[in-house]
Design a protein. Sequence first.
Lengths: 416, 184
Amino acid sequence: MRILFILLFVFSLSYANDATIEVIKKVESLPTMAVEDSSVSYDDTFRLRFFKALVADLNVISLFNVDRHHRKTHYNKSDVMVENKDVDYVLRYRMSEDDDGALNLDIKLISASNEVLNKKYRISRKNVYVFVSHTIAYDINEFMGAPSVEWMKRRVVFSRVVAPKKTEIVISDYTLAYQHTVVKGGFNVFPKWANKAQNKFYYTSLDGKKPTLKHVDIKTGKSKAIISSEGMMICSDVSDDSKKLLLTMAPKGQPDVYLYDVDTFKTKKITKYAGIDVNAQFMDNKNIVFISDRLGYPNVFSKKIDTNSVEQMVYYGKSNASCSTHGEYIVYKARESSNVFSTNTFNLHLISTKTDFIRRLTATGINEFPRFSKDGDAILFIKNYKAQSSIGIIRLNYNKNYLFPLKYGKLQAMDW
Amino acid sequence: MKKIVFSSVLMAMLVFSGCADKKPAVDEKTTQEVVAQEVEAVKTETVSAQDSSVSESDISKSDLNEISMANLERDLSTVYFDFDKFVIRADMQNKVANSASVAKGAANTFTVKLEGNCDEWGSDEYNFALGLKRASTVKKALIAEGVNETRITMVSYGESNPACSDKNQDCWAENRRVDFKLLP
């Protein structure tokens, strides 16, 4: 009897230690961080705005429990503020405007009365301050030796519907705090970065007689038409070397995936199914994944560019209408509820092509348009919930989602 | 006595540690969502790199032509669809037949543009494709009724051209549609 109890006891201990409990422990044991503002220039409104942006970024790197109190002190004071004396890390920063009107920023990170990191930043225009905030968070993350958050410094290009058939294409940071409208006053959708440097992008114009793919060089401001198709024209993906595009076109009313060569202007039809084939993404130079309704409902499939055989990639979900890939991982949007119009309708799921495990990444609302970061560390997505459109970011390794709401309009599509 | 105490402690431990389920097929634990407070948007400058889209093709057109097109468009009735479907419903067959006779008759000098639209449940490419398949079904029906194929063009607007923006089923049903437009 006693042996049985001991066996049961050991068995229960081994199961009690599951992943969920582990995560809660981790959250509680995160080091604390406080932020002290020592700015000498700019008004209180701007100072508070910068403080909020910095605290948001420090939260997103998910390494600290960050205190949200905006406290002010002198930059050169040797001690941290009384309120922060028990805090593990204190980040102190000073914003000052120089004679050229540029924003200068000094930071120091203090831990146990020692200055462990200090850096200087300078930007000529203060309206892009939010990118400095992202860079500070990036540097602190590097200092702490955590996996890179390079994606934090990248820009997001998105289209927003402001009225029926009226959209704007906007370039922003990942928190939507900085926004710059680049294409206005037309019906333009599906923007997509054309290169890694993010100084050129493609988008679909629906204003003309046929949907047309356009290319914009942000530096020169030049816009040119690339290719048109009846019915549909979307640039779904750009290859790593920027030389090949995966397009969805429908020259005869039949949506299919095409490969477009940027140098030779040639197109090649890749899928031939008589239903819907859309949303193709490069897995590597030879393979793509795409969405098809060849089983009677939308689902994720893969194929080699040069052959005809097609493989089903996802076996869970009733309607999996968009996806993004990184290495062996696929994140896809699935309709879960059998009630078509329930409030919890579309969620994002992560699968590995090497195991059977499925991880649900979102809980409420319509979650769609997942996009992996280049390094696979994070997923950016669009969330629509109760008439509010947001950009969400999922930190896969930390099991945390952060949301950044859009002030007006509805997010149509985005890329980063 | 000792034995009883030991056993009850063990029992208590078992109860508090909880019965661990077998690993479910889907990880149902909801991730913690933190709404980061959005700071005010920075003033955007319009260094717009884009030609503001004025379509030149309309300039030469006479006003009279426009009026007759607008009148004829009113006779071409919108076709509505079921959720996630692109087949023409039985109650829509007559509408398509009427539109076909207008297209063959009074409107026979114009090009017919079919605009496929969807409800707000999805803003991805699949939704655009669904709108296009709807337009394509109507195109096939018009051809079957005798409209010349070369006079018909199609486009899909996905969910970006809603006729109604409320959040209810009637409204969504109004948005799953194909509109007829005439082009000179």
